[in-house]
Unconditional design. Structure first.
Length: 277
């Protein structure tokens, strides 16, 4: 998410063979119940949360992941109101992006009250592209995961591109994976940023099998490093969808930050694309 990338550094883009060109595979791997990360419609949610949720429901979207905003974690609605608004539309508030900060206890309590299953740290809670910082954060994430488990929540982390920088030959993202307990820290893999940073998601699915129960499915213009509608960027979506089991995927959330026209039209385009492939 662009507003949460204040200290990102841009890694060089590497052509990843089959990730760049469209896939013409015969196997059909469908997503039965795609969701949305509400940062996609952030402006609309702040203006009219319930009305925007209704537009998304009309597109057939059933799974919701919230995000922090100027009006709190639920765009001006209380946790109970958000839960009910989704329920009224046949939707489920499944996850939410939050900060691990001084309000962490309140954040967990609200998430539990909302009925959501996952609570996701949306970006690194401390700056510093160092091995020591990432190890400290991994230890903190393990504690956060234990705290969440006690309240009936599952804790996770969402990557951008800066986590894939190398320090002393080590990929920082791998340090997070290697030093967190898979039972306590559930990774949400932003596939767009994996590819835009020059990395191969299939390699991560193979090396860390089952570690990624949540995805952000985001196509990316690899030259501009901006999100775009499905099929217009460098993500081989058809091929990625064939690796759901290897990833351990449970829920997929579409996220798009830049649009051809507006976010609702882009979401309709994306949902139609998933039906076609």
């Amino acid at each position: 998410m662009k507003t949460r990338r204040n200290f990102l550094k841009t890694a060089g883009t590497v052509a990843i063979g089959s990730m760049i060109l469209p896939s013409f595979v015969s196997a059909r791997a469908k997503i039965k119940n795609p969701g949305i990360q509400l940062y996609t419609v952030r402006t609309e949610m702040l203006a009219d949360a319930r009305g925007t949720l209704k537009k998304l429901a009309d597109l057939g979207i059933k799974q919701i992941e919230s995000a922090r905003s100027a009006k709190g974690n639920y765009y001006g609605l209380s946790a109970k109101e958000m839960k009910q608004a989704c329920k009224d539309l046949g939707m489920t508030l499944r996850s939410g992006h939050v900060a691990v900060d001084a309000k962490w206890q309140q954040t967990m309590e609200e998430a539990a009250e909302s009925g959501q299953e996952y609570i996701i740290c949306s970006s690194m809670p401390s700056s510093g592209q160092t091995i020591d910082n990432y190890r400290r954060v991994a230890d903190m994430f393990n504690r956060n995961g234990e705290e969440c488990r006690k309240t009936g929540l599952k804790f996770g982390y969402h990557n951008h591109d800066y986590e894939f920088e190398k320090v002393d030959g080590q990929i920082l993202f791998d340090l997070l994976l290697d030093n967190t307990d898979p039972k306590l820290v559930h990774m949400e893999l932003d596939l767009g940023w994996v590819v835009a940073s020059g990395n191969d998601p299939f390699d991560y699915f193979k090396r860390y099998k089952g570690r990624f129960p949540l995805w952000h499915l985001k196509d990316m213009n690899l030259q501009k490093k901006e999100s775009t509608e499905f099929g217009k960027g460098g993500l081989d979506i058809a091929k990625i969808l064939q690796h759901q089991g290897e990833s351990g995927l449970k829920y997929l959330f579409i996220e798009q930050e830049e649009y051809a026209k507006n976010p609702i039209e882009s979401m309709k385009y994306n949902m139609d694309y998933l039906e076609r492939i």
